[in-house]
Design a protein around this ligand. Structure first.
Ligand code: GDP
Ligand code: MG
Length: 437
């Protein structure tokens, strides 16, 4: 993938003191090739490397103290610039603010509508309403209701009505009557760009004049993503791009191309199927990610959001008093699961992405552990030392696991408890720091 290729291209320069004009040119050629391979338009890639070269010469990279590092920084800064430079907010000033989703079928509009509603609802001042305007499939309306229930956000729909413009208007009226200050309108997409879809979304757009029109695109669709973005932008002149499915192997080639071709900012990214798998798009972090440095900042930030501080303090007390039990352990697992897919998280750790590529890690990794803990009595959970062999047998049977698996978990838990005790003093903060490093 792009990241591996850029890694290779930059390898000569990274850390090493000696570079010459020849290997600057050679490296930039590799960088260009890697970008083109990742679906970046050839012209854009060529301009990109030309700019980097010019800057490198202008800053006298070859004579600098650490030319390799300076080159990496130049490439990174330039990539960041290419993807928009600064973070772009969405317009929430409307009363209510109207956000219109557009994009092909399967791009992730419905999922992202839910994620955005959830994201905004956690800011205490926002009360979102989801509006179901995909009238072609009853299942689409159901899907939005499921999402709404999951995150505790109201969904407005009108199953008898097949006029999306009317539903959108009624939804906005409903929001006004019920004190909702953000209206997120989920629309129908089709598998490919066609006139019917474009006319429909243009009609909705014209009728409701949204504060934000967002174009949702599957980052795995490569060069097609750029063509689709162009088609939608020609009709809607949208305000921002949402790049979904960035949890897979894709490394952001689409981000570079789309920004360059339609010149609209990427505002959010989707990194998984869960409602929490949403991140603000940071061009500089994406550049890091493309360059294979790992999106550590995002990882740490997400972890900080999910770990409730109060909980953490309570936990620290328990550890100090040797009262950490399986109930607490279970809570920890649930916290980790809330952070998203394990694979996504591991992929964000520098270096780990490559190592873990072939390993089969998913949420199921915790299934056995959870089952075993659920089969324990409250007393066993708080005092694991009482779990003798007959108790082990019972727990194994109850959870559908083997005695070996029960033993293994007890052993791991024991080791972990000892380690936690040892780490006391530094506390949770130190653990977070370790995670970051
Ligand atoms: P829509 O047709 O545009 O409304 O697309 P959906 O929201 O129904 O999403 C299509 C599929 O993509 C569903 O199976 C989603 O679970 C999945 N999906 C959406 N966003 C993401 C994402 O960021 N990562 C992953 N892995 N899957 C996603
Ligand atoms: Mg949908």
């Amino acid at each position: 993938n792009l990241s591996d290729k850029l890694d290779k291209a930059l390898h000569i320069l990274k850390g090493h003191g000696q570079i010459t004009e020849v290997n600057v040119a050679e490296t930039l050629k590799e960088v260009r090739r890697a970008l083109v391979d990742a679906d970046v338009n050839y012209k854009i890639a060529k301009e990109f490397t030309a700019t980097v070269k010019e800057k490198a010469l202008g800053q006298n990279v070859l004579k600098s103290l650490k030319p390799g590092q300076l080159m990496v920084k130049l490439v990174k800064d330039e990539l960041t610039e290419l993807m928009g430079g600064d973070v772009e907010d969405i317009d929430l000033s409307g009363k209510p603010s109207i956000i219109l989703m557009s994009g092909l079928q399967g791009s992730g509009k419905t999922t992202f509508s839910g994620k955005l509603a959830n994201f905004l609802a956690t800011k205490k001042t926002k009360k979102p309403l989801l509006v179901a305007c995909d009238v072609y499939r009853p299942a689409a309306i159901d899907q939005l209701h499921v999402v709404g229930d999951q995150i505790g956000v109201e969904v407005f729909s009108d199953r008898g009505n097949n006029d999306p413009v009317a539903i959108a208007k009624a939804g906005i009226a409903h929001a006004k009557e019920n004190g909702c200050n953000v209206v997120i309108i989920d629309t129908a997409g089709r598998l490919a760009v066609d006139e019917v879809m474009m006319t429909e979304i243009a009609n909705i757009h014209e009728a409701i004049t949204p504060n934000e029109t967002l174009f949702v695109v599957d980052s795995m669709t490569g060069q097609d993503a750029v063509n689709t973005a162009k088609a939608f932008n020609d009709v809607l002149n949208f305000d921002g791009v949402i790049l979904t499915k960035l949890d897979g192997d894709t490394r952001g080639g689409a981000a570079i191309s789309i920004k360059s071709v339609v010149n609209k900012p990427i505002k959010f990214i989707g990194t998984g199927e869960k409602m929490e798998a949403i991140d603000v798009f940071y061009p500089s972090r994406m550049a890091d990610r493309i360059l294979g440095m790992g999106d550590v900042v995002s990882l740490v930030e997400r972890a900080q959001e999910q770990f409730d501080e109060e909980e953490a303090r309570k936990l620290q007390k328990k550890i100090a008093k040797n009262q950490f039990g399986f109930d607490d352990f279970l809570k920890q697992i649930q916290q980790i699961k809330k952070m998203g897919n394990m694979k996504d998280l591991i992929g964000m750790i520098p270096g780990a992405g490559k190592m873990m590529k072939n390993m089969d890690i998913d949420d199921d990794a915790f299934r056995h552990i959870e089952a075993i803990i659920h089969s324990m009595t409250p007393e066993e959970r708080s005092k694991p030392q009482i779990i003798n062999s007959s108790r082990k047998k019972r727990i194994g049977k109850g959870s559908g696991t083997s005695i070996q698996q029960v033993n293994q978990l007890l052993k791991q838990f024991d080791q972990m408890s000892k380690m936690m005790k040892m780490m006391q003093g530094g506390g949770g903060k130190r653990m977070m720091q370790m995670m970051g490093k």
